[in-house]
Design a protein around this ligand. Structure first.
Ligand SMILES: Cc1ncc(COP(=O)(O)O)c(C=O)c1O
Length: 393
């Protein structure tokens, strides 16, 4: 067998930087040490009980054991369009403007695979969730990364790109509330992106994985709220974070019918849809579990407050995010030169706290580490104490 490095596409995919920290974590735990894991954005809460109950019921019915529909069962597509109408006042046709996906990751990877070819440029902010960059690379496109110290700077760099570059991007790929930087935007930001995209004939893909994870009264807008957005844009929504359903693998792609049709075609060759009982239970999540979503937000918000105030008190200045389930923290000055991976290793070794090094989210992520709010308040306090002691040394 050839070494995997010789495989055409695999060569383009470097091993996950996060694997280094994961390995250290596994070793420490195997040695009996108590590691506080604020690394991966993997929700720790339970799926709402009515959803689990419906899954159990539906799983007992043999009619649900067959292949399902690749683009999702009609009632689930109808339910997501009702949610968009109720929450955002957006009209969507469940037949042509909505497709069910195997989570947002499937939607992103296969959408890029469907619409991008060799040489096509996809512009997105960096740092970013890895599939935003590597989905483009796997589809043999060019990933054009623009810095995003804040949303306004990203927008002005995007305008510069249209003004100065001879090749126009085929796709703008964005995601707000943003992982890992936690940047949030208002509807005016999306209006400007849609204006540029329509003017230059660019597609827009908005990954809305953190749609509902908002704090302090902030409400994240949907890009589809912008008038005319559907002419150029699709939005990807996921049940993973809004309903603690990460393991269930249910997402949606919504909006421009041409793009939805392209994704539906690709997926019709690749999969037979999510297990039908899961799709049926997902209807219950969307229809009945708004309160569960509010509780999930409150939980993250409390953890955020504990972490932000604790780190600031420990002499590590960080800013409080308005959305997402993360904290994006600049590496303290003293450790910056060594880089985010070395600093994350130190936190793991000396404080027994796992975080994600910024470099894992792309070159512009260097200089930061990301905390995920996935440990309870008590454990989060424990992490702060231990980080505080490490920083004092
Ligand atoms: C920005 C972003 N998009 C998509 C995903 C994956 O979502 P899903 O579980 O629906 O595949 C994540 C998960 O962390 C994410 O941070």
């Amino acid at each position: 067998m050839p070494d995997t490095a010789e495989f055409y596409r695999i060569q383009k995919l470097p091993p996950y930087v996060f694997a280094v920290i994961n390995e250290m974590k596994a070793k420490a735990r195997a040695a009996g040490l108590d590691v506080i894991d604020l690394g991966m954005g993997n929700p720790d809460g339970a799926t709402p009980a009515p959803v689990v109950k419906k899954l159990v019921e539906a799983a007992a019915d043999p009619r649900n054991h067959r292949y399902s529909l690749s683009k999702g069962i009609p009632r689930l597509r109808e339910e997501i369009t009702k949610r968009y109408m109720a929450k955002y006042g957006v009209t969507l046709d469940p037949e042509k403007e909505a497709i069910v996906t195997i989570g947002a990751k499937d939607a992103l990877a296969h959408l890029l695979f469907a619409v991008i070819g060799p040489g096509d440029t996809v512009v997105s902010p960096n740092p970013a969730y890895p599939i935003h960059q590597y989905g483009v690379i796997m589809a043999e496109g060019q990933a054009c990364m623009l810095p995003m110290p804040d949303a306004a700077t990203f927008l002005s760099r995007l305008e510069d790109l249209y003004r100065t570059s001879s090749t126009k991007p085929k796709v703008i790929l964005i995601s707000f509330p943003h992982n890992p930087t936690t940047t949030c935007v208002d509807l005016d930001f999306f209006k400007e992106v849609i204006r540029l995209a329509r003017e230059h004939g660019t597609m827009v893909v908005h990954d809305f994985a953190y749609a509902d994870i908002c704090f302090d009264g902030y409400k994240a807008p949907s890009i589809l709220q912008v008038e005319g957005a559907k002419e150029v844009a699709v939005e990807i929504f996921s049940l993973s974070k809004s309903y603690n359903m990460a393991g269930w693998r249910v997402g949606f792609c919504l909006g421009n019918p041409r793009v939805i049709a392209a994704l539906a075609r690709i997926k019709s060759y690749l999969d037979y849809g999510v297990f039908q009982p899961i799709q049926i239970a997902s209807i219950i999540a969307l229809r009945e579990c708004e309160e569960a979503t509010r509780n999930i937000c409150t939980t993250y918000q409390k953890r955020r407050d504990v972490l932000v105030s604790g780190l600031n008190r420990a002499g590590w200045p960080v800013q409080s995010p308005q959305g997402s389930m993360f904290l994006w923290a600049p590496v303290p000055e003293r450790y910056r030169a060594a880089g985010s991976l070395e600093f994350a290793k130190l936190l793991m070794e000396k404080a027994l706290v796992a975080v994600s090094p910024g470099i894992g989210f792309g070159p512009l992520g260097e200089g930061h580490v990301r905390f995920a709010l996935i440990e309870n308040e008590h454990r989060t306090r424990q992490a702060i104490r231990s980080i505080g002691q490490f920083l004092k040394k």
